[in-house]
Ligand binder design. Structure first.
Ligand SMILES: N[C@@H](CCC(=O)N[C@@H](CS)C(=O)NCC(=O)O)C(=O)O
Length: 222
């Protein structure tokens, strides 16, 4: 059994989930692996209790507990581990150039979106509407418009997925699609990216991270 440590909460405005852990959850789903979700308290991400640090030395989520190989942490490393350990339903190109492209675009998703501008939009949703910092949220949207979205728009072009078929490169953008579904940010200037996010949301694996899916219905398969 694989156990994914994450933070997920139901709030009146939808089920909110860790973006980095969502990257892993969709890959567990794409590979049809048996897994269950271990939900940590969001406050533990700041408090970093010793039992959490014992599992992830930086006290972050996600980390994956495996029977065979112990703990694996960091969403990018976990997804590559899952791909290497469970090669069925292959999710990476075989040629070196394709692999490099997959890793660059995956890294861009992490750096420009998940670490860069998305948290400015996403973190306030974990607070009550009246406590949200609208200025920070707007700065996040402006940041995405200035950097992440133009590059994504050009890279996806008229393709279905970033490397032709669905690969690990698309995993961070599943989490972006989730946040933007909640936020409803206007993407009219980025039609290719908007169509790509809709395509990602239409995949079965997206149900496991959808803001419309309850915690009970997204606890894993095991
Ligand atoms: N590079 C890490 C980043 C993980 C990360 O920052 N996760 C957030 C939740 S989405 C977290 O644990 N934040 C608490 C912190 O940064 O200390 C990964 O991809 O797994």
């Amino acid at each position: 059994m694989l156990i994914l440590a994450t933070t997920e909460r139901e709030y009146p405005w939808g089920t909110l989930r860790s973006t980095n852990a969502s990257k892993v959850k969709v890959i567990l789903e794409e590979k049809e692996l048996d897994y269950r979700v271990d939900r940590l308290r969001p406050g533990d991400l700041w408090k970093k209790p010793p039992e959490m640090l014992a599992k992830h030395p930086l006290g972050k989520v996600p980390y994956l507990e495996t029977d065979r190989d112990g703990i694996v942490f960091d969403s990018t490393v976990i997804n590559e581990y899952l791909e290497d350990r469970y090669p069925h339903h292959p999710l990476k190109p075989e040629d070196p150039v394709g692999l490099a492209r997959m890793r660059m675009l995956e890294n861009f998703g992490d750096e420009a979106f998940l670490v860069g501008d998305l948290p400015k939009i996403w973190m306030p949703y974990w607070s009550k509407p009246e406590d949200r910092n609208e200025e920070s949220m707007q700065a996040g949207r402006d940041g995405l418009r200035a950097r992440g979205l133009p590059y994504l728009e050009a890279q996806i072009g008229g393709e279905e997925y970033l490397c032709g078929r669905f690969t690990l490169a698309d995993a961070p953008y599943m989490a972006v699609a989730m946040v933007l579904e909640v936020d409803g940010m206007d993407l009219a200037d980025f039609p290719n990216a908007a169509a790509y996010f809709d395509r990602l949301r239409a995949r079965d694996s997206y149900k496991s991270i959808s803001p419309g899916t309850s915690l009970d219905d997204s606890a894993g398969s095991g």
